[in-house]
Design a protein around this ligand. Structure first.
Ligand SMILES: C[S@@+](CC[C@H](N)C(=O)[O-])C[C@H]1O[C@@H](n2cnc3c(N)ncnc32)[C@H](O)[C@@H]1O
Length: 581
């Protein structure tokens, strides 16, 4: 039974019932449907013909919508499909589109909208992996032509197939003379989500991307199935005249533009039009309409707009060899692009917060399990998290963290001898450490932590959260003479000289640096600020723009000598970096 999960309009059922004399054999039935609607090979075999005949005669329609997460199933509503198609049709030489390709056509809203709005179409190819949707699309088209018998009838194929195993090369060959529109809304699902549900819905080769992509570069080794489908389309059709328009996650567009430098697709005039995916799909994903012109001189940037108001937000992409969020802002601040003289560090990682993080009461501590704990003070350090980095300066902390090592991999055997209470406590909670999933802890001494080194014990830190949009930096002061730690959502540079830390903070919070950061940070990234971003701030280049006389208005307790020594420090750092090569 196939048709019991398909929506068929009553008017279509009545029409089919009136014409049931054509449902005798496969060829007659298919010829009849093609004459009415343009759809070729509507039925695959005689069983389907007979099943539909039976449904029509019995007037059965039984629709149940199953769980379809593995297909990233967010069907486009008709209104949005219409707005998207009309937007693309307003583009220069897009009115005479002849060929429509919808690689994951679902219930067919884009195909129907194209039939209704593009009179010159000669051919439509839709592909869909889920059989009930293939039928739903076919019936929708049939229903449209039953009610609009005089409408132009293109040749239409709705194919039940997995897009990753479909022969697009042949289709591209057959349609190379046609003005083309590749349109759709590919699944919004990532390979790791697929992995978790053991789906087979994966690209043929899991290393489908020749190049790393922006998010992969920034530590997210996870790709979107929609991205692989977009690449499949561009690989096969970038030499066709026409347009490509996909509803897709924002992160995918960023990756597509990032990869353009290497794959040199002949696409240009790219636009990313942000949509409200909560409203359109009831989904909490940042998504957009990505439109690009095919077979044109490649452009490595993309204009970002609001889909509803058309307000221009930014032009992002490549400026020479740098990938930036706003080319215009970047042009005003690019003189400080370079390599930081200070190594930006991420804070401490332990993956065991219930045990490792405590609050101080009078003479005892309380851990995340609400247990009263007695510990030596020595290994306990104040801890700041992203949410604690809101002010310009802080000498407060809410929690303490047990710092079991001074550097990565250090033997932790010393704790037993020197800090028996701490050791007893850690041993009692050994299970929490053993349960840590990350493989970085494998084969490491017990109670190991990460993101620790000499730099963690620098007394003065200039820090920023990696999670928030805020680009200002906080000066973190010690707790008496003990350094305060940051967690692994934060980045920092450390100093043992308070004045240097203040000057570094002044450099970083200067409006020129702020403009530079805003020009390179993508505001919808999961982690906005990364080590890569921060390492692009060249303090030495910045020092050529800033001057002490202006700085001293803010840095009231810093004298010119400190300032000059800091500049010398930058120079020595530059030399020591050069010495490495
Ligand atoms: C986000 S929905 C969008 C459907 C349709 N394009 C629309 O705009 O309404 C994605 C569709 O892709 C289909 N799909 C998922 N994986 C597929 C694959 N490997 N091959 C073909 N279709 C696939 C799903 O069944 C689903 O209908």
């Amino acid at each position: 039974m196939i048709f019991n999960t398909v929506n068929i309009e009553d008017s279509t059922l009545s029409f089919l019932e009136r014409n049931n004399r054509f449902f005798t054999d496969l060829e007659t039935a298919n010829r009849f449907i093609q004459e009415v609607s343009g759809i070729i090979n509507f039925f695959n075999d005689i069983e389907e013909v007979l099943e539909l005949k039976n449904i029509v005669e019995e007037k059965l329609t039984l629709v149940s919508e199953p769980y379809r997460r593995e297909y990233g199933d967010f069907q486009t509503n008709d209104e949005l499909a219409e707005k998207v198609v009309n937007y693309i049709l307003k583009k220069e030489d897009s009115s005479d589109i002849e060929f429509i390709l919808e690689p994951t056509c679902g219930k067919g809203s884009f195909i129907l909208t194209c039939i209704e709005n593009i009179p010159a179409i000669k051919k439509i190819t839709g592909i869909e992996i889920y059989l009930p949707y293939v039928w739903e699309t076919k019936f929708k088209i049939l229903n449209f032509f039953i009610s609009n018998q005089k409408h132009n009838k293109p040749e239409i194929e709705i194919i039940h197939a997995n897009v990753f195993y479909f022969d697009f090369r042949t289709v591209a060959q057959q349609t190379k003379e046609y003005k083309t529109l590749i349109i759709g809304n590919p699944p919004w699902v990532t390979n790791s989500e697929l992995g978790s549900i053991k789906s087979l819905n994966l690209p043929k080769k899991s290393n489908f991307k020749k190049h790393a992509g922006f998010d992969a570069m920034t530590g997210k080794g996870n790709f979107d199935i929609g991205e692989s489908i977009a690449l499949l389309m561009l690989n096969n059709f970038n030499n066709h005249n026409g347009y490509f328009g996909f509803l897709i996650k924002n992160s995918v567009v960023k990756n597509l533009i990032f990869d353009l430098k290497q794959n040199n697709y002949r696409i240009g005039d790219s636009e990313k039009l942000n949509i409200d995916s909560k409203k359109e799909f009831n989904a909490s994903v940042d998504a957009c309409l990505f439109v690009t012109k095919l077979n044109t001189e490649p452009h490595f940037t993309c204009q970002e707009l609001n889909f509803y108001t058309r307000q221009k937000l930014s032009v992002f992409g490549w400026h020479k060899n740098n990938f930036v969020y706003s080319v215009t802002e970047y042009l005003n601040a690019k003189d400080i692009e370079g390599r930081s003289q200070f190594e930006w560090r991420q804070g401490i990682k332990h993956d065991c917060s219930k045990v490792m993080e405590l609050e101080k009461m009078n003479d005892y501590y309380v851990n995340g399990l609400k247990q009263e704990v007695y510990l030596e003070n020595d290994l306990l350090y104040g801890l700041l998290k992203s949410s604690d980095l809101k002010a310009e300066q802080t000498d407060r902390y809410r929690k303490l963290v047990i710092v079991t090592q001074k550097k990565i991999g250090q033997d932790t055997g010393y704790i037993k001898q020197k800090y028996p209470l701490t050791y007893k406590y850690l041993l009692k909670n050994k299970e929490c450490f053993e349960k840590r999933k990350s493989s970085i802890y494998n084969g490491k001494p017990e109670f190991s932590i990460f993101g620790v080194g000499d730099y963690s014990f620098a007394l003065y830190k200039v820090a920023i959260s990696g999670l928030y949009k805020r680009t200002r930096f906080t000066l973190v002061l010690p707790d008496n003479d003990k350094a305060v730690m940051l967690d692994d959502t934060c980045y920092f540079i450390g100093f043992n000289n308070l004045n240097y830390a203040k000057i570094a903070q002044y450099f970083l919070n200067h409006e020129h640096t702020q403009q530079f950061l805003k020009s390179i940070i993508f505001p919808d990234s999961k982690r906005l600020i990364t080590k890569n971003v921060l390492m692009r701030i060249d303090f030495l280049k910045l020092s050529k723009i800033l001057d002490f006389n202006t700085a001293k208005k803010q840095l009231t307790d810093i004298n010119e000598e400190d300032w000059n020594r800091f500049l010398e420090l930058l120079d020595t750092k530059k030399e020591s970096q050069l010495a490495l090569f």
